[in-house]
Design a protein around this ligand. Structure first.
Ligand code: LUZ
Ligand code: MOS
Length: 763
């Protein structure tokens, strides 16, 4: 089925936050944020700004009627700074004016005096100084101390991965509208409508029932709007609360890049031990997560790093410890993969280091250690694995051995261009790691004309979830899509939602929709049975016709709906779903946290220009476990997008903060993201059609996050190309591997190939 948004998207008619028709009297906000990363506020001078043309009012923390608090997991995040600032870009005041231009002009006239305090930007330094967001956590299986003695080879090292700007095409923003009786409606570009509602209620000291949050769609979220959309929604609501006027704030790109958190940079240490035949016997890792100034989602992200620290491998002895380190940067947050990619990069680095030292391809070690069904993850869950199947399948399907041979021939024949390739297996756990969050609801109405309305807690952010929700209703009722409308996500219709996150949105909300539709269908069948003097079990609905024992009757969908209504039977239902069987004990750090895992294998090849350090990603060839895909075109889009975003993170997106904690890569002129020229020339995706239990909706599997991690293979493919040019190259495990770093690595080893002219070449 075609994505239901495709038509409007192509025509530019889809409504995003800034497209909502403005109500007369709407005012516009803009934030004054801290120019300094850490310090005491000595004096805030609003006088001149208040006199600025068109300014209505300027809000500070003093105007907050409830608590000045928007922290999601830990209450450590003020909406507006009080006496201290913790990062550059921290909101201090909210200017509201008759136009956005007037608001921005006034922001420039706000003056602040701040006594600077020492700035920490490095997570290891933060840990040394005891600046931890939460106590460290350790996942453990077996006994690494005892295992080292049995290892034939042991390697230690350090791996760093940088952050990543979300770069959703639609920036953050909100539009708050006053409703009678002190209620406020907030249109928000958020993945978590309930988070916006909950915090608006806390800040305004209002019951949640008076805050309505409505989301039609987002122009991308990628995790950046899981928690951090809250701030803007609450800020607009604060102004609306006082002024009784609609207030809108849609951030400029540079404001968004400066004020919001990103993927967490990590610095990590690893130690890996292998047997003589290259089985991984032991693995230890210490992760230093750069959390930024507040907790935000960092504790949960840190947890997922631990869950995915062994990626797709079975390792009998593991000890992994993670520290969430408080620094003076904007609070880092959820980003597609949610700590998983950072954990996987470290074990892939450890395997690469072992492979390079032992003189074998990393893929030999990877393949030997793939997790099998029944093997135990370090957190106690037993694997139901497709890892080997994906690997074997990709090897034969894409004729990997031949590609390798061709690349070796190419490298032997070419001095200044080298090909490199890598295999990247992925295993990603599906469920919110916080078991409680795995719940969803859907409200389904059948109207008397036979049309159907579906509302769920799912937020459409371009991932196609609304199309999937529509498919569920269409399938259960056996109706054409045109009869069904999926409505905006609204906290008045569906309450207490978990954010659309963790790749689980279609799973959870789809199941809730299925449950609601089935409840209505059962009632319809009972009415039909009564009408036809039959049993409900003999009734079916197919293509808008009621069938009795498989034979068409003269009752159609519309007639049956009307009959049901006339019998005063409800045509509405509110479905509720929680996945069964998941649990986790944080004291033991053991349990069964994931409903299931998604597996896949990617083969990535690259060509490096060894004079310039620039490169192309030639091909990414994937076998991916989709379960039974509900919508192959949408799922393919998720895989392609994930791969490109992952490659961007690993190879070109270079986030730069200076020592003072100021973002230097603060615009698209200084922060390079993948474009049409840098995407892989070829992306092949093979659907591994697994027919397992019905763990997700309609036997599909979650698809949002797992493919991002294929991009990690691009780093290792580049590494191998560099080593084909210079076997002694010194290449730190430090992503992204930008063209500058590639160039320096190509000519890095002392005494070897100082310049291209003296290169003897490999062949
Ligand atoms: N968000 C969250 C997530 O709150 N919990 C999770 O486990 C998660 N996993 C992936 C992405 N977002
Ligand atoms: Mo997410 S990182 O699933 O919001």
């Amino acid at each position: 089925m075609q994505n239901i948004d495709a038509y409007n998207h192509v025509r530019g008619e889809s409504v995003y936050l800034d497209d909502i028709p403005t109500i007369a009297g709407t005012l516009y906000g803009a934030v004054f944020d801290s120019p300094i990363a850490h310090g005491h506020i000595k004096r805030l001078d609003l006088e001149e700004a208040l006199k600025s043309e068109g300014v209505v009012r300027i809000f500070t923390y003093k105007d907050i009627p409830g608590e000045n608090q928007v922290g999601g997991i830990v209450p450590d995040e003020p909406l507006l700074a009080e006496h201290e600032v913790h990062f550059c870009g921290m909101p201090i005041a909210f200017v509201v004016a008759f136009s956005a231009e007037a608001a921005y002009a006034a922001v420039k006239k706000v003056k602040v005096e701040i006594d600077p305090l020492p700035v920490i930007t490095d997570p290891r330094e933060a840990k040394e100084k005891g600046e931890l967001i939460i106590p460290p956590r350790t996942f453990q299986i077996g006994d690494t101390d005892a295992a080292w003695k049995k290892c034939a080879h042991i390697f230690e090292g350090r791996a760093d991965s940088n952050g990543q700007e979300h770069l959703y095409i639609e920036t953050q923003g909100a539009y708050a509208v006053p409703i009678e009786n002190d209620a406020i409606k907030i249109y928000s570009s958020t993945q978590g409508p309930t988070a916006v509602q909950r915090h608006a209620a806390v800040v305004l000291k209002l019951p949640m029932s008076r805050i309505e949050v409505d989301v039609t769609r987002l122009g991308g979220g990628f995790g950046g709007k899981e928690d951090q959309a809250t701030i803007w929604g609450v800020m607009c609501a604060l102004a609306t609360y006082h002024l009784k006027k609609p207030v809108k704030y849609s951030l400029h790109r540079m404001e968004d890049m400066r004020m919001t958190g990103k993927r967490h940079p990590y610095s990590s240490d690893f130690k890996i031990g292998l047997s003589k035949d290259h089985k991984i016997l032991a693995y230890e890792a210490t992760f230093y997560q750069n959390a930024g100034a507040t907790a935000d989602l960092s504790p949960a992200v840190m947890e997922r790093t631990l869950f995915h620290c062994t990626n797709s491998y079975f390792v009998p002895n593991v000890k992994a410890t993670a520290y969430s380190c408080r620094t003076n940067l904007p609070s880092n947050t959820a980003f597609r993969g949610f700590g998983g990619p950072q954990g996987m990069f470290v074990i892939e680095s450890a395997i690469a280091q072992a492979a390079e030292a032992l003189g074998v391809p990393a893929s030999d070690i990877q393949q030997k250690n793939l997790i099998k069904t029944g093997d135990e993850f370090p957190y106690g869950q037993k694997a139901d694995s497709e890892a080997v199947e994906c690997w074997e399948h990709s090897k034969t399907l894409y004729n990997i051995d031949q590609i390798r041979k061709d690349a070796e021939l190419f490298n032997a024949a070419n001095k200044l261009y080298k090909k490199g390739f890598a295999v990247m297996p992925v295993c990603f756990g599906i469920s919110f790691t916080k078991t409680m969050m795995n719940q969803a609801r859907a409200q389904v109405h059948v109207y008397t004309d036979g049309s159907v309305a579906v509302s769920t807690g799912a937020v459409e952010m371009g991932q196609g979830v609304n199309t999937k929700m529509l498919q569920v209703a269409a399938q259960v009722f056996s109706l054409p899509p045109a009869r069904i409308k999926v409505n905006s996500t609204n906290t008045y219709r569906v309450a207490n939602t978990s954010p659309s996150a963790a790749s689980a949105t279609a799973d959870l909300n789809g199941k809730a929709t299925e449950i609601a539709c089935n409840a209505i269908l059962d009632r319809l069948k009972r009415v039909a049975a009564e009408e036809l003097g039959a049993k409900p079990g003999q009734i079916e609905l197919k293509n808008e016709i009621v069938l009795l024992k498989g034979k068409p009757t003269d009752i159609d969908w519309k007639k049956l709906v009307m009959l049901t209504y006339m019998k005063r039977i409800s045509l509405s239902e509110h479905g509720h779903y929680t996945p069964p069987g998941i649990h986790f004990d944080m004291k033991k750090e053991k349990g069964h946290p994931f409903a299931y895992h998604v597996y896949g294998t990617a083969f990535i090849s690259t060509t490096v220009d060894c004079l310039r350090g620039i490169y192309t990603i030639d091909a990414v060839k994937v076998v991916h476990d989709f379960g039974q895909s509900m919508n192959p075109l949408i799922d393919l889009g998720q895989v392609e997008g994930g791969i490109v975003q992952g490659i961007g993170w690993m190879t070109m997106e270079e986030l730069v903060y200076d020592k003072e904690g100021r973002l230097r890569s603060n615009a698209l002129s200084t922060y390079k993201v993948p474009d049409i020229y840098s995407v892989p020339k070829e992306i092949d995706v093979h659907f591994l059609d697994t027919k397992k239990e019905n763990l997700a909706i309609l036997r599909s599997k979650a698809v949002g996050e797992p493919p991002l991690m294929y991009g990690i293979g691009a780093y290792f493919a580049l590494r191998n190309a560099i080593r084909a040019f210079n076997p002694n190259a010194v290449i730190p495990y430090d992503a992204p591997l930008t063209p500058e770093k590639v160039l320096m690595s190509l000519y890095s080893a002392a005494g070897v190939r100082q310049s291209p002219e003296v290169v003897p070449g490999n062949g």
